[in-house]
Unconditional design. Sequence first.
Length: 276
Amino acid sequence: MDIGATKIHIGAIQGGRVMRDLEIPTSANAPEDQIIKEIIEAVETLAGDDFKAIGIGVPGLVDVKKGIVYDLWNIPSWKEVFLKDHLEDHFGKPVKIVNDANSFSLGENKYGKGREYDNFVGVSLGTGYGTGIIINNELYSGVLSGAGELANIPYLDKTIEDYCSSKFFKSHYQEEGRQLFLKAQQDDPEALKAFNEFGAHLGESLKMILYILAPEAIILGGSISKAYVFFEAALMESLDTFPFKRVLENIKILPSEMPHVSLLGPAALFDENTEE
């Protein structure tokens, strides 16, 4: 399950494949209990009780052990939600919850390009900027899933997220990233310029990851990663200024090619052959 500000996407996963899925709108301004009720109803609609476990990705802070979701910015009523307890009490099935950026990296680690690396960082580029850290094939999420949250680090006159997410296109070009992507495919000069600038800023953020973690690979996901061909050159030019050249020579920057990663990531919380 992927819980977002506008929609909740639920999938039935078997053998690393999405067998069927369902989307419902998120009642983002509704009370906590109503949203939980709608989630339960959606799970029952999709799968009844014919499943082994529930994995969930959410865009916020998570107490992974207790399954508590904290302070979702885009769902105001969710301040301290004991989501694991609610769902386990109702379905009698094990539930695990992670931050959505961590979920992306888990999906890549088990099903995607991350399978080739013991240590990598997944960077999700979309409405926001999120990172998930895999060390020795294990997710490192830190306290309340707060590890790797580069989004709020000051950068230029604002933050990393303001320059390395869809916010950049809206504030600097007054257009959605998807619109600029379509224009770039038609060789529109302004759109190509926008992605070139975006790539340069993104490269600066990835250098921070190299300084802190020096992983084997950085895997780019999220909707903006689909435009990788239009910002790859500027990204690499920015990275080329990184001073530790031997580290740079050994890093792989890879766009994700994994469909349904937002569903497969939470599924990766469980071994499909067991309940743990």
